[in-house]
Design a protein around this ligand. Structure first.
Ligand code: MOS
Length: 753
């Protein structure tokens, strides 16, 4: 087995002065002054407004729409229904690959879920379009809605998530459980969650012949471009997407959604620019969600408190017409060591929109159940839950046998526990009260998220005046990518940040892949790093071959690029400016290209994960059951930190979602109608400032030389994992009541179920 080296920076990585700096957001001033334009801020001349009519039933067909009444309303220009929707080049129900999901684009009168688009009204004003929708007064042929995890007979899916195995195992779990000294078997339920970025999906679309120009938020410009090109039967080059700023993505803007395509359909139908913005309640259906789950965990330990068997089974749901299955059980592949592990999934089909990626899809859902079960097992063994985790965390991925950089995880446990003050925790529940008599509890959870990388591309230019350009079709959805990527770009080119022009956010730039899977900084960053290296290599080649250059003959010694100069690596007194090299060569500029991809060789030798340990405190009112998360400390090891300010913000954002997962967030579906009953931000609870505890993220130093040359792992999603379980475990520790249905609401503490 290959030995992990944790404290060594690869010699070929050039570390300039920008990477590692806590720079503030480059676009921050634009955002806080309102100068940053989001998709819906655009108003091309002659623009019309489109408003979607959405279904009020979850299953059946639309029997009648009063199109005449809507069209008669002053200002209404057009009403598009399945009867007159312009033809598309591709069937919206076609599913040619894993990243192509079925869309509802008015292909027929069927209703497959509540809030499915059933018509578009286009008008001169937003008010007229909205009134036009009201006048449609749909009549339905309603069929009974199938709701919830017991809606239908379940099936075993071939894959879960985007193509992950639905079942996996190592060892013999049943034998392990039979031989175990102690066992537990418990079932946990997680609620459906719906995406609520501040910015709902919006599009401003304008056609010019066969060319489509759009402003719309997208986490993956090239993917969106290709999908639109296929649907409209034009070349991808004819589709120009601008997506400089996203008001949050969280996965719902990873792939182009039906409502966005409907905006482009509307623009084509009226041959005018059209704006379409989803109303908040329209986010609860056609743009994906996190499906509910019911997870059963069976654990066994030996006399010494060592795990000997871990069985994680998840029941989840998809829509009736497509598959996206929350891969919740698969977290159990990567966190704890056990000689026998089995993971499996089953699914039902219900009358809901197809679930989709939502921040840490699978990991968040699976982690709260796994961390709760681990806590229950620790308690059954009479052990401190942190001591139990220290005994049982995985140093190699049990199923593949590949090693992790798990020494960093041990450091996360140590630093997090020390900062939190964990050693003062009584082992039994319901032992601590604050001065006001509130019950106090402390919980811990292990955080883990795969260190992924996708394919990306970038183009770099160095100019004779010493400035540089980096071009990449990347995405800033609020996570700070533009700032971090520019820091990588400046170092890659060996120039100062103020000499860098960073071009990003449009689909004509090199494809940066999808900003998802917490892989964007690694993917786009490595493409940028390689594009910079390509330019520097060309520049160095010019200098080293030129007798007039101080770098002549540097050859194998190589050069270092820094501050707009190349230095001989073995003798830094010999150097030359970029400007000098380019002028002598008679060049105004020099151009390079870079690509990125996961290192297949490294991936076959190592299991790649970011790790963390999260410690949470909650206070519970013993009479009212009211729960408050009061303090969360997370220690995370995620490889090289490009910008600690952005990273801490990402980790805190993830931890807030973890608190939300444990205590607040749930979509409540009416079992009679199949409609989401709380499709608004008043009743769909997410933490507001008053709900957010004191948060602290500790960045544990980690040099992982295997993930990629820059050593970058992701930080976008890991914060949820660990935190949700830590909060749930703290609630148990405060009250002695183990709630296995999430979110944990106060009624469950007053009347335990
Ligand atoms: Mo994320 S759910 O990979 O945008």
């Amino acid at each position: 087995m290959p030995e992990l080296v944790l404290s060594q920076t690869p010699a070929h990585v050039r570390q300039g002065s920008n990477i590692g700096q806590p720079h503030t957001r480059r676009e921050g001033v634009l955002k806080v002054t309102g100068a940053a334009k989001y998709a819906a801020d655009h108003h091309p001349s002659g623009m019309l407004y489109a408003v979607l009519a959405v279904s009020g039933i979850a299953r059946g067909r639309v029997a009648f729409l009063d199109v005449a009444a809507a069209k008669a309303h002053p200002g209404v220009v057009e009403v598009i229904t399945p009867a007159n929707r312009p033809a598309l080049a591709q069937d919206p129900d076609e599913r040619a690959n894993l990243f192509m999901f079925r869309l509802d684009l008015l292909q027929n009168d069927r209703v497959r879920y509540a809030s499915q688009p059933i018509a578009i009204v286009i008008a001169e004003t937003l008010e007229a379009a909205t009134q036009g929708v009201a006048l449609l007064e749909p009549r339905y042929e309603t069929e009974p809605a199938r709701v919830g995890l017991d809606a239908a007979t379940s099936f075993v899916p071939p894959v879960v998530g985007p193509g992950f195995p639905a079942e996996a195992h190592c060892g013999d779990v049943e034998a392990g459980l039979a031989a175990a000294t102690r066992t537990i078997s418990e079932t946990y339920e997680t609620a459906a969650q719906y995406h609520n970025p501040m910015e709902p999906h919006a599009i401003v679309a304008a056609w010019d012949g066969d060319k489509l120009s759009i402003d719309t938020p997208s986490q993956g410009l090239a993917l969106a471009q290709r999908r639109l090109a296929g649907l409209f039967g034009v070349s991808p080059d004819n589709i120009h997407i601008r997506s400089p700023f996203l008001g949050g993505g969280f996965g719902c803007k990873g792939l182009i959604t039906g409502p966005q395509v409907l905006g482009a359909i509307a623009a084509r139908a009226v041959d005018k620019p059209v704006k379409l913005v989803l109303r908040r309640e329209q986010m609860y259906g056609p743009v994906g969600h996190r499906a509910s789950t019911r997870q059963t965990l069976r654990l066994g330990t030996d006399h010494d408190g060592k795990l000997v068997a871990l069985d994680h089974h998840t029941k989840t749901m998809s829509s009736t017409y497509d598959d996206f299955l929350e891969p919740a059980s698969n977290v159990s592949h990567a966190v704890y060591a056990s000689a026998a592990i089995a993971t499996s999934h089953e699914a039902v089909r219900a009358d809901v929109g197809t679930p989709m990626f939502m921040r840490a899809p699978g990991e968040a859902t699976g982690s709260i159940a796994l961390e709760s079960a681990i806590d229950e097992m620790a308690h059954a063994c009479g052990m401190d839950p942190l001591a139990f985790r220290l005994k049982n965390y995985a140093e190699v991925e049990p199923i593949s046998g590949k090693p992790f950089s798990s020494k960093a995880l041990r450091e996360c446990y140590r630093q997090g526990a020390e900062r939190f003050g964990w050693e003062r925790r009584p082992i039994a529940a319901r032992q601590m009260r604050d001065r006001d008599g509130l019950l106090v509890g402390w919980g811990v959870g292990t955080a883990a998220f795969p260190a992924l990388m996708f394919a990306g591309n970038a183009k770099a230019v160095l100019r004779r005046d010493g400035s540089g350009v980096m071009e990449i079709g990347a995405h800033d959805m609020g996570q700070g990518a533009w700032t971090a990527l520019a820091q990588i770009a400046a170092d890659a080119l060996g120039i100062d940040l103020d000499q860098l022009e960073f071009r990003s956010g449009t689909s004509d730039l090199p494809d940066a892949g999808i900003a998802g899977g917490s892989a964007h900084t690694a993917t786009a960053g490595m493409a940028i790093h390689n594009a910079g290296a390509d330019v520097i290599a060309r520049l160095a080649d010019l200098a080293m071959k030129d007798r007039r250059s101080p770098l002549f003959g540097a050859g194998n010694a190589g050069v270092i690029a820094r501050g707009g100069r190349l230095f001989r690596r073995d003798d830094e007194s010999r150097s030359e400016s970029y400007a000098g090299i380019l002028s002598r060569a008679g060049l105004a500029q020099i151009e390079g290209h870079g690509t990125s991809a996961a290192d297949q060789a490294a991936q076959s030798d190592y299991a790649m994960q970011a790790h963390g340990a999260v410690f949470a405190e909650v206070k519970v009112d013993p009479d009212l059951g009211q729960i408050r998360a009061t303090r969360v400390v997370g220690a995370f090891a995620a490889g090289r930190i490009i910008n600690p300010r952005m990273v801490e913000s990402q980790l805190c954002g993830g931890m807030i979602w973890g608190v939300s997962f444990a205590l607040h967030e749930q979509a409540v579906i009416d079992s009679r109608s199949g409609r989401v009953m709380n499709a608004n931000l008043a009743e769909y609870h997410i933490p507001v400032n008053a709900d957010v505890p004191s948060l602290e993220s500790i960045l544990v130093e980690e040099h992982d030389p295997h993930v990629n040359a820059l050593g970058i792992k992701g930080v976008g999603e890991i914060g949820i994992t660990g935190t949700a379980g830590a909060v749930a475990n703290a609630v148990w520790h405060a009250t002695g009541i183990r709630v296995r249905k999430f979110p944990i609401t106060l009624d469950r503490l007053i009347e335990p179920q």
